[in-house]
Design a protein around this ligand. Structure first.
Ligand code: URA
Ligand code: SF4
Length: 218
């Protein structure tokens, strides 16, 4: 039988839904997410990296997935991308205590280099992103931010649909589909893309400009 090597057939859905608690706040969801087996990504990662921040934050940031350092520490955006993001947030005048920060996918996906020492980030598939989406939707429901800022393509696709493109869809606040409570969403680039870019200064300036637009939209 064709499978994914995790005891499921290829046609069997990846889905976090059965692991969500039927009730409770962020702490209950964080505890339940630690046990999530909704897709195969939990197998090789250290643990679930749930969102962090103010439960009543007006602004929610959504990244892609934890990186190597986030996976080790269990906290989103503590590595190099997180440092760049913190600098950009500071420049845009956004205080950390007004923020809730999370990722579209809660487990680290990676491959190993030839020496098998380094873990190299691998982008999550759309299937894995959709499997993990119930956790993100629960965070949205519980925090109820006024505005969500998606960082990069994966987060954009998770909240704005598979046809989302950062290049054309960034920088403009719009209603968040499926939220139903007036929450808006603004897409921007991922801080890791800034770190990799040849025109790093320009891309960084664009990130800060989008974050300023986010502040103005609050
Ligand atoms: N990149 C992300 O998208 N999220 C993190 O938490 C760290 C790096
Ligand atoms: Fe569950 Fe998301 Fe982790 Fe997959 S990536 S096991 S859906 S928490």
């Amino acid at each position: 039988m064709a499978g994914d090597g995790d005891g499921r057939t290829a046609s069997e859905a990846y889905d976090a839904t059965p692991y969500l608690p039927g009730r409770g706040g962020l702490p209950a969801h964080r505890r339940a997410a630690a046990e999530c087996r909704g897709c195969p990504l939990h197998r090789d990662a250290t643990g679930t990296v749930f969102g962090r921040g103010a439960a009543d934050a007006r602004l929610m940031l959504v990244g892609e997935q934890p990186g190597d350092q986030e996976d080790r520490e269990g906290v989103p955006f503590v590595g190099p991308a997180g440092r760049l993001l913190r600098r950009a947030l500071e420049e845009a005048g956004i205080a950390e205590e007004d923020l809730y920060v999370t990722n579209a996918v809660k487990h680290f996906k990676f491959t190993r280099d030839e020496t098998r020492k380094r873990r190299i980030h691998k982008a999550p598939s759309l299937r894995e992103t959709l499997a993990c989406r119930p956790w993100l939707m629960a965070e949205l429901r519980l925090v109820r931010p006024e505005l969500v800022v998606t960082l990069g393509a994966t987060a954009g696709r998770a909240l704005l649909g598979p046809s989302f493109r950062v290049g054309t869809d960034r920088g403009v606040p719009r209603p968040l589909p499926d939220a139903g409570n007036g929450t808006r969403v603004l897409a921007t680039v991922h801080p890791s893309a800034v770190l990799r870019a040849r025109d790093r200064e320009e891309m960084y300036a664009g990130l800060v400009a989008d974050l300023r637009t986010a502040v103005d939209a609050l």
